[in-house]
Design a binder for this molecule. Structure first.
Ligand SMILES: CC(C)(COP(=O)(O)OP(=O)(O)OC[C@H]1O[C@@H](n2cnc3c(N)ncnc32)[C@H](O)[C@@H]1OP(=O)(O)O)[C@@H](O)C(=O)NCCC(=O)NCCS
Length: 180
């Protein structure tokens, strides 16, 4: 773990005000997560929220979720750390706690869709043992986005292909990310 300059509390059951703060944190990063404001109803409905709170200011400085899916293969997402707090291992710790929770819930698999050029996020996923599954695209024309999907399995002999063929149905599968 890298040196942290602030003392951070990690919580897995947030109150309504903390969830609103976390949603604000996501919206402040316009373009980092999505170009549009997040869907707060969907965000609140997430199966599990993970928040990083600055112990001295009580401010929400990091967020991640297991998305709203009662299946045993669940997407993780809404990962964002406040810029001033980056590079201290908070993103990695949020991911570690998510993985622990996924194991506790006896999930078979978790997966994440990351914009193809999001090096920090890809670094965290690879460090945690996620493997590349596929490439996708969404949107059209100048709004086209390219996504890499990574997955992590928790039990042997999981049929990843069968599981993932039912996921990401809102995205278009592509062979590879084009040279942009
Ligand atoms: C991705 C994100 C959550 C990482 O949070 P973080 O707290 O900075 O993460 P960590 O400190 O654990 O660092 C993770 C990796 O990011 C990279 N990184 C972080 N800070 C960095 C810095 N200042 N300079 C260079 N690389 C850095 C490193 O590759 C690091 O991996 P390493 O541990 O192997 O060196 C954060 O950059 C962020 O909020 N980005 C914008 C939102 C986003 O992209 N979310 C993901 C959507 S899928």
């Amino acid at each position: 773990m890298k040196k942290q300059t602030c003392r951070i509390n990690y919580i897995t059951s947030a109150n309504a005000q903390q969830l609103e703060e976390a949603a604000d944190l996501l919206d402040e990063g316009k373009g980092e997560i999505t170009p549009l404001p997040i869907d707060r109803v969907r965000f609140r409905r997430s199966r599990k929220h993970f928040l990083a709170i600055d112990e001295s200011s009580h401010k929400v400085v990091g967020v991640a979720v297991l998305k709203d899916d009662q299946d045993d293969a669940v997407e993780i997402g809404y990962l964002r750390v406040e810029p001033a707090y980056r590079g201290q291992g908070i993103g990695t710790e949020l991911m570690r706690i998510q993985i622990m929770e996924a194991r506790r819930l006896k999930l078979k698999l978790i997966y994440a869709n990351v914009k193809h050029d999001n090096q920090n996020s890809i670094a965290i996923l690879k460090n945690m043992g996620f493997q590349h599954w596929a490439s996708y695209t969404s949107g059209k024309g100048r709004g086209t986005l390219y996504w890499l999907c990574f997955y992590l399995i928790f039990v042997p002999d999981v049929n990843v292909k069968a599981i993932m063929s039912k996921k990401n149905t809102n995205l278009t599968l592509i062979d590879s990310i084009p040279k942009l």
